[in-house]
Design a protein around this ligand. Structure first.
Ligand code: SP5
Ligand code: ZN
Length: 354
């Protein structure tokens, strides 16, 4: 499978995330991607390429998904942070104050901390010196992968990047995400001629950003299988009764599962999701590929095993759709490469069958 990998991902190096009142080391590390890349090479999974350097096309694509004032903020946030105090260059920027419902979201505050809060929803997503450069190059990976599939050059492609994307919305970061790579890929497939595009999010956490971006649209269906938000992050979205709104009513499907869910039950949800995508009549598929459903994941609660991911890939390939995989979560660092590449290998195997 063609892989478009982010050569600048290491520029995003968060130090700490807020957890129970303390700053703890980030789970979302550069080693995660290094393990996936090493496994792709070890198993000779196919060509590895850097994204196309089409800057104008990239800015246009970003503007299709994200709000101008949000993009502008993330691009310049690090410089503003360091301008507040040169000593800030040695520490990550984290938000600590947020607008609640009923407060003003329309007025852009002058204060930097206030804007950090306006454009985010958690204190687990540090903004660092290279966050923008890494996230922007990651968006280019998603875009390039989608265009390769759109043009028919490749039947499937894998955008291997970090920071991840599926928690990022039109105008907010959070959940380790800044730019929504899966949404960018889905929109690129639409713009490339696919009338109906489905996003299947198999990360342990609900893809709240992707859902919100497409919630009122009937041309992009969003399906997410995830830990029940009653107990699991991101808590405030991802319930089964969220079916879309307006023209998008009926085009969002959430399949929340309780902590402790095993592969048999998880796979039944996968089949339900794939059946819904089939009824929708999708012309192309984006898979938000998080492997934090793994039994050894340090921050999640499902019990999938490494071999199960081969089956996941085979099941997805049975949909017989042009497919863009976009890397998301997965924090059991030693196994993240094996688990991710197992999905791709299962997909390849099934795709080769007549
Ligand atoms: C892309 C993705 O998978 N984002 C997940 C973001 C989850 N952030 C909140 C996790 C809080 C769990 N902290 C547990 C620390 C235990 N040492
Ligand atoms: Zn996740």
């Amino acid at each position: 499978m063609l892989t478009i990998h982010n050569p600048h991902h290491h520029l995003h190096q968060g130090r700490h995330e807020m957890f129970r009142g303390r700053l703890v080391p980030c789970h979302e590390t550069a080693q995660r991607l290094a393990h996936v890349l090493a496994e792709l090479k070890r198993r000779a999974m196919g060509p590895l390429r850097a994204p196309a350097a089409d800057t104008a096309g990239l800015s246009q694509a970003l503007a299709r998904i994200h709000a101008p004032r949000y993009l502008n903020f993330v691009e310049h946030a690090w410089d503003e942070w360091v301008a507040l105090d040169p000593a800030n260059a040695q520490q990550d920027a984290l938000p600590s104050v947020w607008p609640a419902p009923g407060m003003r979201f329309d007025v852009l505050p002058d204060n930097f901390a206030a804007r950090m809060g306006l454009f985010s929803f958690d204190a687990g997503t540090p903004l660092t010196a290279g966050s923008w450069a890494a996230a922007r190059a990651g968006a280019a990976c998603a875009l390039t992968a989608a265009r390769e599939v759109s043009s028919g050059t490749a039947h499937s492609a894998f955008a291997l990047s970090r920071p991840p994307g599926h928690h990022a919305g039109t105008d907010f970061f959070g959940g380790y995400c800044f730019l929504n790579n899966a949404a960018l890929a889905a929109q690129a497939l639409r713009d490339g001629g696919a009338a109906h595009v489905a996003v299947l999010d198999v990360d342990y956490h609900h893809g709240n950003g992707t859902q919100a971006i497409f919630y009122e649209r009937s041309d992009v269906m969003t399906v997410s299988i995830h830990g029940d938000p009653r107990t699991e992050y991101p808590f405030f979205l991802g319930h089964a009764d969220e079916r879309g709104a307006g023209a998008g009513t009926g085009f969002n499907l959430n399949l929340p599962l309780p902590r402790g869910t095993d592969f048999t039950r998880w796979r039944a949800a996968l089949h339900a999701g794939l059946n819904t995508i089939k009824s929708f009549g999708a012309d192309a598929l984006v898979v938000a590929l998080g492997v934090d459903t793994f039994e050894g994941d340090p921050i999640s609660g499902f019990t999938l095993r490494s071999a199960d991911y081969l089956q996941v890939g085979q099941d997805v390939a049975a949909a017989r759709l042009p497919t863009v995989f976009v890397f998301e979560g997965g924090y059991a660092v030693a196994e993240v490469g094996i688990n991710t590449v197992n999905v791709l290998e299962g997909f390849n195997r099934q795709s080769l069958r007549p």
